[in-house]
Write a protein that binds this ligand. Structure first.
Ligand SMILES: [Zn+2]
Length: 86
């Protein structure tokens, strides 16, 4: 089992949550474009209730930049390379 899979495995993940997180479970399985009633706390883009609850109140871009800066760098490098080739 990969590290990521272990983290998202239902049992271990639920155990790491406190009682206040129970209401958030409603939005856990929602899509990223459902109930777009919130705005990203960084760039003010519209975000879904799922992002608001689970992505630290940020859109996917800002969330990835904040929490996975290395992934984002790699992504931007790939994108630049692709653009160049086109
Ligand atoms: Zn954002």
């Amino acid at each position: 089992m990969k590290k990521k899979d272990a983290f998202w495995a239902e049992g271990s993940f639920a155990q790491s949550m406190g009682p206040n997180d129970a209401k958030k479970m409603r939005t856990f399985h929602m899509k990223h474009d459902e109930e777009m009633n919130f705005s990203c706390k960084k760039c003010k883009n519209k975000i879904s209730v799922h992002n608001n609850d689970w992505h630290d109140g940020m859109c996917d871009d800002c969330f990835n930049r904040t929490h996975f800066p290395e992934d984002q760098d790699a992504y931007e490098k790939r994108r630049k390379k692709q653009t160049k080739n086109n």
